[in-house]
Design a protein around this ligand. Structure first.
Ligand code: BGC
Length: 378
C-alpha cells in the first residue's frame, strides 16, 4: 500500500523523532512523534518539487507538496480505526500537472470569479486573464495553484510548513507585487490550520483559500449525498448563468440552500440546477475565528469542522467532476463524489461595492485563518 510507504517514510524521516529506539519496552507500541519530513517528489515547471509529511502525536498525517501548496492527503481514522484520506488526491505529481479542478490547492490571488475579468480601483481599470468563459476564475491561467512555493518546514511544538510566494506586479493582470505566505500546521486536535498572510506595494484584490475536495468515507466510490452538512449561514449570494454573483444577499429560509440545521446533501440537490456552487454569507462576521460548518458521514462516523475568520464559504458539490482523475484509492473521482468548503470573501467583490471589500492596500497586512478539523463521532 502506498499509505504504508508514506507512513514508513514519515516515521523514518520525522524531524525530532526518536526513530528506532531498540531499548524501548517491546510490549509498548511506540507513540507516534509529532514531526515533519520531506521527500523529493519529481519536477513541475522544470523544477524539483517536494512532498512534506506532517504528523501529530495521535498519528494523524497530512501530506502537502510545495507545487501549488496542494494538500495531497489527510489521513484520518474512522469509527473502526481504519485510516483513509478524507481529501481527494494523488500519490504522484503527474496528475497535478494536468489540467485539474484545483484538487487540494492554494487558490489566489482571488478565490472564485471576477466577472469579465475586469475591475477598477479608484480611477484605474484592470483587465485580468480570463480562464472560465469570459470570466476570471481562481487567479487566472496560472494561479497560485500552479506555482512552486518556497517551503520552510517548522518544527516547534507542532509540525508546520510555511510556504512563500512573490506574485509579481502584472501577474495574470493584477496590480502590485504581492508577497504571500501560507502556513499549514497540524494540531494535536487533528486540525489542519491554514494561516494566510500577504502584503502589497499597490492596491490589489486578494482572496485566498484552499480547494480541498472532501469525501469523509475516504473513497470516491461513494457520492457525498449522504453526508450531513450544517452551515452557520442565514443567507447566500445568488449567481447568474455565468456563476457571477448578482449582488443580492438572499435569505436561505424556505429554500434548498438552508443548511442551518444538519441536512443530507442529496436531499434537495435536485432542486438546485447544476448542484450547489454558491457562496454562503456566514453569520457572526467580526473577523474572529469561529466554527462555521459541520460535515458528517454517518457510515464512517467521521466528521469535519470548518473554522474560519472569513465572512463567506463556497459550498461546491463537485458538479463538474467527471471521472477523469483516479483518487488514491484507485477509484475515479466522478460527479458529486467530493465537495469543497472554500472559506473566502464573496465572489466578484471587486465589482460589488455592497460586499465586504477585498482590496489590500500598501502598508496593510492581509491575514485570514481557517481550520479543517476532523474527528469521529457526531
Ligand atoms: C467553483 C466552481 C468551479 C470549481 C472548480 C469552485 O470553487 O465555485 O464553479 O467549477 O471551483 O474549478
Amino acid at each position: 500500500m502506498k499509505w504504508m510507504s508514506i507512513l514508513a517514510t514519515a516515521a523514518a524521516l520525522s524531524m525530532g523523532s526518536a526513530a528506532c529506539n531498540n531499548e524501548s519496552k517491546e510490549e509498548q507500541p511506540a507513540k507516534p512523534q509529532a514531526g515533519i519530513s520531506k521527500q523529493a517528489w519529481g519536477t513541475a515547471n522544470g523544477q524539483p518539487v517536494d512532498l512534506y509529511t506532517l504528523r501529530n502525536s495521535k498519528g494523524t498525517v497530512v501530506t502537502i507538496t510545495n507545487y501549488g501548496g496542494i494538500v495531497t492527503s489527510f489521513l484520518a481514522k474512522d469509527k473502526n480505526d481504519s485510516v483513509a484520506s478524507v481529501v481527494v488526491g494523488f500519490d504522484s505529481i503527474e496528475p497535478y500537472l494536468q489540467s485539474h479542478p484545483y484538487f487540494g490547492a492554494i487558490i489566489g490571488r482571488y478565490g472564485n470569479r471576477i466577472g469579465a475579468g475586469k475591475f477598477s480601483i479608484g480611477d484605474k481599470n484592470y483587465t485580468l486573464a480570463t480562464n472560465n468563459g469570459a470570466n476570471h476564475l481562481h487567479g487566472g491561467v496560472v494561479g497560485f495553484d500552479k506555482v512552486i512555493w518556497t517551503a520552510a518546514p517548522i518544527v516547534d511544538t507542532l509540525p508546520s510548513l510555511k510556504l512563500s510566494y512573490l506574485s509579481k506586479d502584472g501577474e495574470e493582470g493584477y496590480p502590485g507585487n504581492l508577497q504571500v505566505t501560507v502556513t499549514y500546521t497540524l494540531t494535536e486536535e487533528d486540525g489542519l490550520k491554514m494561516q494566510y498572510e500577504a502584503t502589497t506595494d499597490q492596491a490589489t484584490p486578494v482572496n485566498l483559500t484552499n480547494h480541498s475536495y472532501f469525501n469523509l468515507t475516504g473513497d470516491t466510490k461513494e457520492t457525498i449525498f449522504n453526508h450531513q452538512l450544517q452551515l452557520n449561514a442565514d443567507a447566500y449570494t445568488p449567481v447568474d448563468n455565468g456563476l457571477i454573483t448578482t449582488g443580492e444577499i438572499r435569505q436561505v429560509a424556505g429554500t434548498p440552500f438552508d443548511f442551518r440545521s444538519p441536512m443530507s446533501i442529496g436531499s434537495r440537490i435536485d432542486s438546485v440546477p447544476g448542484g450547489y456552487d454558491h457562496n454562503y454569507v456566514l453569520n457572526n462576521t467580526d473577523g474572529s475565528l469561529r466554527k462555521v460548518a459541520h460535515l458528517a458521514d454517518p457510515v464512517s462516523g467521521r466528521f469535519l469542522e470548518v473554522w474560519t475568520t472569513e465572512p463567506g464559504i463556497q459550498f461546491y458539490s463537485g458538479n463538474f467532476l467527471d471521472g477523469k482523475f483516479i483518487n488514491h484509492t484507485g477509484t475515479a473521482v466522478q460527479l458529486h463524489t467530493a465537495l469543497c468548503l472554500e472559506t473566502q470573501h464573496f465572489p466578484d467583490s471587486p465589482n460589488k461595492k455592497e460586499f465586504p471589500s477585498t482590496i489590500l492596500e500598501p502598508g496593510k497586512k492581509y491575514y485570514t485563518e481557517t481550520i479543517y478539523k476532523v474527528g469521529v463521532g457526531k
